[in-house]
Design a protein around this ligand. Sequence first.
Ligand code: ANZ
Ligand code: ZN
Length: 802
Amino acid sequence: TEEYSPKKIEKKWQDIWDNEEAFKTGIDKTKPKFYALVEFPYPSGQGLHVGHPRPYTALDIIARKRRLEGYNVLYPMGWDAFGLPTENYAIKNKIHPQIVTENNIKNFKNQLKSLGYSFDWNREINTTDPNYYKWTQWIFLKLFEKGLAYKAEMPINWCTSCQVGLANEEVVNGVCERCGSEVVHRVKSQWMLKITEYADRLIDDLDLVDFLDKIKTQQKNWIGRSEGAEIDFKLSGKDEILKVFTTRPDTLFGATYMVISPEHKLIDKYREEIENWDAVMEYREMAAKKSDFERMELAKDKTGVVLKGLNAINPATGKEIPIWISDYVLMSYGTGAIMAVPAHDTRDWEFAKKFNLPIIPVIEGGNVEEEAFTDYNSTLINSDFLNGLKVTEAKAKMTAWVEEKGIGKKTKNFKLRDWVFSRQRYWGEPIPLVHCEECGYVPVPENELPLLLPETDSYMPSDNGDSPLAKMTDWVETTCPKCGGHAHRETDTMPQWAGSSWYFLRYADPDNNQEFASKEALNYWLPVDWYNGGMEHTTLHLLYSRFWHKFLFDLGLVNEPEPYQKRTSHGMILGENNEKMSKSRGNVVNPDDIVREFGADTLRTYEMFIGAFELSAAWSNDGVKGCRRFLDRVWKLQDFLTEDEGYSKELEIKMHQTIKKVTTDYEGLKFNTAIAAMMALINDFYKASRITRGEFKTLLILLNPAAPHMTEELFETLKFGGRLYQTTWPKWEEAKTIEAQVEIAIQVNGKLKATLAISREETQEAVKAQVMELEAVQTVISGKTIVKEIYVKEKIYNIVVK
Ligand code: ANZ
Ligand code: ZN
């Protein structure tokens, strides 16, 4: 036979699949459906990297397998193409972002095609296509209509380099997620989406879905629901109340001072009373320069200034306590004020130590002179009517007490903030609103959607922070759809997250221009059965898209409260030396090179074999070669083919075992062990120097989802009948997966002496008889007495001799 040559066969099969529309989504709605989704890529100028094929191959395996199992499969692909990298590239190279996007998409698509994915390209979508973003704008207008989009003067995160407002999620460790530059605060009027209104449901409905635990945990932590109480502290000698939020109302007796955020409005109100006003102002200025992230850092040295002349009363003890300002209390969380309990809160403890403030323990245990005691599993002390109660009981009792006295109430707080939905950049969806002096913000009428992004060559951000669209007077000047008067268009555009917040719905019905997708298509296809994506999208995209979906659910436009039934995640592929691949390290592997040298099937198989799917894995060229060798060996099995259409007696069990293993491992995302099982199987064929047609056919189908081209080719050459992609997935018989014989270990005095093949279900007597026949056993026990024998069924025969 000819040698295995991926070059000769891969392109051939890609064309055949295209021509035959092999992976076109079926229309037979009586079949069970399976919607597999991977995160659509951002078509960057760098092209595909070896990280992309890992998740795409994984779900391609599942999609291909499910088709052979008789499912109607939707496995779509598209482009998340608005956003900064393209715009920055366009500015730098003076090529319009539209052109850059088109080129990048072309390149990405060729690369994906060269890997033989079974995407249904008839359903390709592109977030920058007006036929697509028409509906992104439409959904935004629905949010606006329902009061969930609002404009607010917000201190926003401002990237000094990108010249753009960033969502909190885009600020990582105090710097811009994209460019690594410093992020400062700047006040700007921004469009906001009220995701906080959905905070409870975004947590509670996680119970309805099958997401990896770590994904659920990250979502919960990001939303950050804290349950506690608001408690009013009276200002000493004034008719003024200072409200705090605490998760530990039980510790009220231990609150020995208060801390308010330097921005708290109480400060300006009592300007006259505050004796050290200059020091307070100085501190305030210093704090304003820091990001929230810096301010929250646990390890950082505590700073602060006391408000001289102003005191509060602890409502439990009735004692007067001082009020401090410190930057570790944020204005944007809770009420911007806290009751400090230094004995049981670490930050308060450090602050009290530094400024010599009293530390009174109210929870039993620990040594609060040494460190804060933060144990929950203890009882209250020094707390009057709470003494002796457990923390949880005391919380409830104290909450009831403040409610009864009318000085507080049970409440909860979220870390989640509303979503800053404005960008002052060109390459995004225009926000379809006009501003009229008479009518305020008015939606662009639905029949005028899409509101096209206007053509311009000057898409540079302006240094005053306005969107480049603001300069396009002809476009900006318009008439009010409501009163016909003079009006201005909104010039902010949407953030990159907009298009990906609903794309999974569009795939159900991508060409519809009456609705974002028909109810019928949505009812059939949604929810997504299996969505795989990166852990880095767990807090942003996953949350945003769940929010939009829930909103559409509330409007009755989709049938299910959750968009994704199952969410899994893959690990990163690192460089050979276990470091992240990056241009600067020079360790980037280009998938095109691997395809050229070894073939797409090798790349696919290798990326599945590289290690446990959920963990990161280091690239290894030897590993790639090993996978190519495996495929070569599969190819050469042709030479050992017998006429037999069934399984041979010797390998029948092994065949059933392998079908079972591969089938269940694929579904369990254990691709590496599935491939290892097939490697073991072909070793057996080589050992036997023959393989039946029946065995080869099964092997080809099992391997097909990972290495679709070569298996399809062999299926054709060997005339197994029709196309592999149209055949059915092999089944195993449970009874035939069990070996008639098992191997047991024989130990004498704890040492392994021999192994023995026995029939299953043999009695201990029968096993013993065979054990005693063994020479290795006889030599060690001769002349000694057997004092004990233990038989662990079908595993070990233990003998103890003296
Ligand atoms: C008294 C207390 C005693 C607290 C104790 C904790 C432990 P999470 O769980 O993150 O919601 N806090 C409240 N508002 C704050 C703000 N704006 N800036 C900084 N800290 C703030 O944390 C809630 C706790 O963080 C609250 O409960 C409050 O301190 C503090 F043994 O009140 B606690
Ligand atoms: Zn008007």
